[in-house]
Design a protein around this ligand. Structure first.
Ligand code: IPE
Ligand code: IPE
Ligand code: MG
Length: 241
């Protein structure tokens, strides 16, 4: 194998972690870390688009993050809303289509409206897909799919014996997304924190020590270079080279 061969993953997912620690290291309020994290997200989306990635998923707020102090939760909601409104033009310039994975209930109306209006305004864009995960939990997503499937069985629209993995996939928040190829986690923690549990079945993990606000295009290149050296077997045997 040529050591310079680069394989671009179709779907890259990121746990945007380490904002709080980034801020605390500087004696700043955690919220300042979230504010910086927003610019890291912009750098990441640009870099992924430049490199020809088809789809990116960004973990912005988890179902577990509601356990944080109210002031931090509110700051995050306002930041995400503001970022959506501010980035719309750039998303359209780059032909990026926004989709949203996450529970529709419980979010402030202003954020829900910003999400829905950005989804609508970018619906015709045919370039990269940006899957923003807000009020997202992998277990909640699968439970929601199970609920919808059960309702269809009860209504006689679906035969219970025919429920298969594809049936679950078809009932996720955004069913058309390809499986995750590469999962990046800044901040050094070796866990998935309830992110895209169904979609990461065969994802390659890349954990980096730097915190999310320090994320640069070079980090993505390093992750892709590492990913390109992995041998994905999907349970089979390695292909002859
Ligand atoms: C990730 O950064 C952002 C969200 C969870 C919304 P954190 O706020 O978790 O930062 P750390 O992990 O405490 O450093
Ligand atoms: C995961 O980070 C959630 C987001 C980045 C939105 P957390 O900081 O919430 O994860 P844990 O608590 O360390 O597992
Ligand atoms: Mg964290």
């Amino acid at each position: 194998m040529g050591d310079a061969e680069i394989i671009i993953p179709r779907h890259v997912a990121v746990v945007m972690d380490g904002n709080g620690r980034w801020a605390e290291e500087r004696g700043l309020d955690r919220t300042e870390g979230h504010r910086e994290g927003r610019y890291a997200a912009r750098r990441f989306v640009r870099a992924a688009d430049d490199r020809g990635v088809e789809c990116v998923s960004l973990y912005a707020f988890s179902t577990e993050n509601w356990a944080r102090p109210e002031t931090e939760v509110e700051a995050l909601m306002t930041l995400i809303e503001g970022a959506l409104l501010a980035e719309l033009e750039e998303l359209c310039q780059h032909d990026v289509r926004l989709v949203w994975s996450g529970g529709r209930e419980g979010l402030p109306g202003a954020l829900r409206r910003a999400l829905n209006s950005t989804i609508e305004a970018t619906a015709g864009n045919a370039g990269m897909v940006l899957n923003l995960c807000v009020n997202y939990g992998g277990q909640a997503e699968i439970a929601e799919a199970a609920k919808q499937i059960a309702q269809k069985v009860r209504a006689g629209e679906l035969d219970a014996d025919e429920v298969a993995p594809e049936t679950i996939s078809a009932h996720l928040y955004v069913p058309e997304l390809p499986p995750v190829d590469l999962l990046i986690r800044p901040g050094g923690d070796l866990r998935v924190s309830n992110f895209l549990l169904w979609q990461i079945a065969y994802a390659e993990f890349y954990v980096m020590e730097d915190f999310w606000p320090d994320f640069q295009a070079e980090h993505l290149d390093a992750a892709i270079a590492d990913y390109s050296r992995r041998r994905r077997r999907f349970g089979g045997l390695p292909l002859e080279e």
